[in-house]
Design a protein around this ligand. Structure first.
Ligand code: PLP
Length: 433
C-alpha cells in the first residue's frame, strides 16, 4: 500500500483535526540516529524529533536494551497499585533534578494529563478555580487544559469550567510591548499581571501556568527574569507558579536543565512529558510535597509510570545526563541560531530567528514587511522535505518553522540542515516574487 493510499484511509477514519504534515503525508517505517526513512525508501534528517519526543534520537542501544530487559520479565504492566522499582528510582531522580524543596512526583502518560493534574492540585490546594495563563499558550487537549489555551487555533472547546485570565509576556515578537528593552518589557508585563489580577479576578487565584518558551505558539522566548518578576507578584497573593516543561525540559534549551531556570526562580510545580520517554508515552508532575499531597481522596493513573515506560525513561534520563546532551544542545543551538540569523540577513521573508539551545523558531513574513506569512512557512516546509529535512511548523499564525532535532545532533548534521534550510528559504522567497 502506498503512502497516498494510507493517507486516504487515515483521513476517512481519523478526525479532520488530526492534521498531517505535507501535501503528500509520509509514513516513517525505519529510524536510526537522527535519520528516519519513509515507506517509499526516502531518508530524512529529523529536525523535529517526532514532536520533541525523541530527545536522544532513534535506535539507541541503551534505551532499547532497558525496554527489552523489562519486556523479558514478562511484566509489561500489572498495576500501579504495586511497587515498581524503576518508577521509584525515576521519581527520586526527577525530584532531585527539579530543585523544588520536598518534591514529589506523579507520573502520567502525556503532557496533557500532567497539566490537568497540576491544575487539579493547584485548584485543590488553593480552593479556587481561577487560573492565570499566558497569551498564545498551549498546555494540552483535555477539558481543563483546552480551557486555558491562549491560542485560538488550538482552543478546541470553550466550555471548560476553569476560569482563566491571560497575561502578556509569551509572544514578544508580536506583543504590544515587544519593542521595549528587556528590563522595560519585564516591567510592562509585570504591570499587566497586576492589572489582570486586579481587574479580572477576585485575587483568589490558584496558579499561573506558563511555558518558559512557548512550543506550539512558535518557540517564543521571553526575556530572562520575566518569571522571577512575576513570582514576586504571585507570592503577594499566594498564587502558585506552574512551569510547563513539556517542551523545554531535559536540557533542550541548552543553558539550563529546565527552561524556567533561565529566570532564576523555583516554581511550585513543573510538568513534563515528551523527551523523557524518547518516544515512549510518559509524562508527569513534580511539585512541592504539600501541594502534591493536598489531594486526600484516592487518585491513580492506571498506566502512568508503568514498568515499561519508566524503564525506558530512566535509561533516557541517564543517557541525557551521562552524555551531557544539554551541553551539546547549547553548543549546536548557538551554531544553528547564528547560521539562521545569517540567512535572515539574506532573505527578507525571514522575520525573526529566536530560540535557545535546540529549540529554534524561524518566523516567516511577507517579503519586506512583518505581516505573518503562512504560505511562506508552508512552502519552506515542503521545500525542506524535498531536500531531505523534516522540520516542525506552528505559531499563532501558523507561520513559524520550528527546529528541535534530537539532542545527540552532530556538527555535520547541523551544517547539513543549515544548507537545506538556506536553499529552501531561497526557493520559497523565489516562489513569492
Ligand atoms: N504542554 C506543552 C507545552 C505542549 O507543547 C504539549 C504538546 O504539544 C502539551 C502540554 C500536551 O502534551 P501531550 O500532547 O503529550 O498531551
Amino acid at each position: 500500500m502506498s503512502e497516498s493510499e494510507l493517507a486516504a484511509r487515515h483521513r476517512a477514519v481519523l478526525p479532520n483535526w488530526l492534521a498531517l504534515y505535507y501535501q503528500e503525508p509520509i509514513e516513517i517505517v525505519r529510524a536510526q540516529g537522527r535519520r528516519v526513512t519513509d515507506a517509499e525508501g526516502r531518508t530524512y534528517l529529523d529536525f523535529f524529533a517526532g514532536i520533541l519526543t525523541n530527545a536522544i534520537g532513534y535506535d539507541v542501544a541503551e534505551i532499547s536494551d532497558a525496554i527489552r530487559a523489562q519486556l523479558d520479565t514478562g511484566v509489561l504492566h500489572t498495576s500501579t497499585l504495586y511497587l515498581i522499582r524503576k518508577q521509584v528510582e525515576l521519581a527520586e531522580q526527577i525530584a532531585e533534578l527539579s530543585g523544588i524543596p520536598d518534591a514529589k512526583v506523579f507520573f502520567t502518560n502525556s503532557g496533557t494529563e500532567a497539566n490537568e493534574t497540576a491544575l487539579m492540585l493547584a485548584t485543590q490546594y488553593r480552593r479556587s478555580n481561577q487560573v492565570l495563563a499566558m497569551r498564545n499558550s498551549y498546555h494540552g487537549r483535555a477539558f481543563a487544559t483546552i480551557g486555558i489555551t491562549g491560542n485560538r487555533g488550538w482552543s478546541a472547546s470553550s466550555l471548560s469550567p476553569v476560569k482563566v485570565s491571560y497575561v502578556h509576556g509569551g509572544y514578544r515578537y508580536r506583543d504590544a510591548f515587544g519593542s521595549l528593552s528587556d528590563a522595560d518589557y519585564i516591567k510592562a508585563c509585570t504591570e499587566d499581571l497586576r492589572d489582570v489580577l486586579q481587574t479580572t479576578t477576585s485575587g483568589d487565584v490558584a496558579a499561573l501556568i506558563a511555558e518558559p518558551i512557548q512550543g506550539v505558539g512558535g518557540f517564543n522566548v521571553p526575556p530572562d527574569g520575566l518569571f522571577a518578576a512575576f513570582k514576586e507578584v504571585l507570592d503577594e497573593y499566594g498564587i502558585l507558579l506552574i512551569s510547563d516543561e513539556v517542551q523545554t525540559g531535559w536540557g533542550r534549551t541548552g543553558e539550563h536543565f529546565w527552561g524556567i531556570q533561565a529566570h532564576g526562580v523555583t516554581p511550585d510545580a513543573m510538568t513534563f512529558a515528551k523527551g523523557l520517554g524518547n518516544g515512549l508515552a510518559i509524562g508527569g508532575v513534580v511539585a512541592r510535597g504539600d501541594v502534591m499531597d493536598s489531594i486526600t481522596a484516592n487518585s491513580i493513573s492506571t498506566f502512568g509510570g508503568n514498568p515499561v515506560s519508566t524503564a525506558g525513561a530512566k535509561a533516557t534520563l541517564d543517557y541525557l545526563l551521562d552524555n551531557d546532551l544539554q551541553g551539546n544542545a547549547a553548543k549546536l543551538g548557538n551554531h544553528l541560531i547564528a547560521g539562521l540569523r545569517d540567512l535572515g540577513e539574506r532573505y527578507d521573508i525571514v522575520g525573526d530567528v529566536r530560540g535557545k539551545g535546540l529549540m529554534i523558531g524561524v518566523e516567516l513574513v511577507e517579503s519586506g514587511g512583518k505581516d505573518p506569512s503562512p504560505p511562506n512557512a508552508a512552502a519552506v516546509l515542503e521545500e525542506t522535505r524535498e531536500r531531505g529535512l523534516l522540520v516542525g511548523k506552528g505559531g499563532l499564525h501558523n507561520n513559524v518553522i520550528r527546529l528541535a532535532p534530537p539532542m545527540t545532533l552532530t556538527g555535520e548534521e547541523a551544517d547539513e540542515a543549515l544548507e537545506i534550510l538556506g536553499a529552501s528559504i531561497a526557493a520559497a522567497q523565489e516562489g513569492t516574487k
